[in-house]
Design a protein around this ligand. Structure first.
Ligand code: ADP
Ligand code: MG
Length: 264
């Protein structure tokens, strides 16, 4: 907000599916700016258009009306300047390739950027080590647990040093303990890399722990109806979960969300 050079800027974005008298307005109008290095969380009821918005932001889907602007800068590595720095996406179902090894999965985005093989392998190994997966480089994803598969997806997304990281309920399929562990890891990681992140979740706790801002969406067609800033300075850790401020903000957000979550 107020940043003259947001990384991502959506203006009156809408999306409608279907045609004739069977059209469904899925999203908007939605206005949203994400500043460089900012971590923005979007919460909203099921079916309100969160994934639709993220797919538009990632260039996988066109808006029906409105505009989405992404500001890109050249890659820090001069040999990679031919290609714009990518936007990386991580989904709930991991989106990794079962027929490629873990190492090849993490190297995938680097191969697309035509990074020299030796260097790409080194960078992939480095990210696997950071995600605690060093010993699994030559394994196939099907042999890994859900939490490990999601770590592979995160390593793959971050290995390309994305300008913007888009995450669509990435931890929703994991059990509660693992979810907390991966939240803490992501917190540390993004505070180190300062990656601009748009994170979708239906978990208020997750949004409060991770976000610089939490945006609440209405029921479909999703618009932004409220914004809160978790009052925890950076760098923060998962310990904020046990503060009274955390509990208070969670109740406040739930009061905003509850009327939207009631089935119409
Ligand atoms: P959320 O991620 O918030 O749960 P979605 O963005 O997936 O919501 O969906 C928003 C609305 O748009 C839902 O009513 C959904 O059924 C509809 N929708 C999403 N994608 C399509 C599609 N490809 N075709 C038709 N309807 C769709
Ligand atoms: Mg969704």
């Amino acid at each position: 907000m107020g940043d003259p050079h947001p990384k991502l800027h959506a203006t009156e974005l809408t999306r409608t599916f279907g045609r004739g008298d069977r059209t469904v307005r899925a999203l908007g109008p939605l206005d949203l700016s994400v500043a460089p290095g900012e971590f923005v969380c979007l919460v909203g009821p099921s079916g309100c258009g969160k994934s639709t918005f993220l797919r538009i932001a990632g260039g996988l889907l066109r808006p029906s009306t409105g505009e989405l602007a992404i500001r890109t800068t050249p890659a820090p590595d001069p040999r990679l300047r031919r290609v714009a720095r990518p936007t990386a996406m991580i989904f709930q179902d991991y989106g990794i390739y079962d027929w490629k090894t873990v190492q090849a999965n993490v190297r995938f985005g680097l191969d697309i950027q035509r990074m020299p093989r030796r260097e790409a392998d080194a960078r992939a190994r480095d990210w696997l080590a950071r995600m605690g997966l060093a010993d699994f480089a030559s394994a196939y994803p099907a042999t890994l647990s859900g939490g490990m598969r999601q770590r592979v997806a995160i390593a793959r997304a971050l290995a390309v040093e994305p300008e913007i990281l888009l995450m669509d309920e990435p931890f929703a399929a994991l059990d509660a303990q693992l979810r907390v562990i991966l939240q803490d890891e992501l917190l540390e990681l993004t505070q180190t890399t300062r990656t601009t992140t748009l994170f979708i979740t239906h978990s208020l706790e997750e949004a409060i722990v991770l976000g610089d801002r939490v945006l609440v969406m209405s029921a479909r067609p999703g618009r932004i109806i409220a914004e809160r800033r978790p009052p925890f300075p950076r760098p923060r850790s998962g310990e904020v979960r046990s503060t009274p401020e955390f509990t208070a903000l969670k109740s406040e957000l739930w009061e905003l969300l509850r009327p939207e979550a009631v089935p119409a």
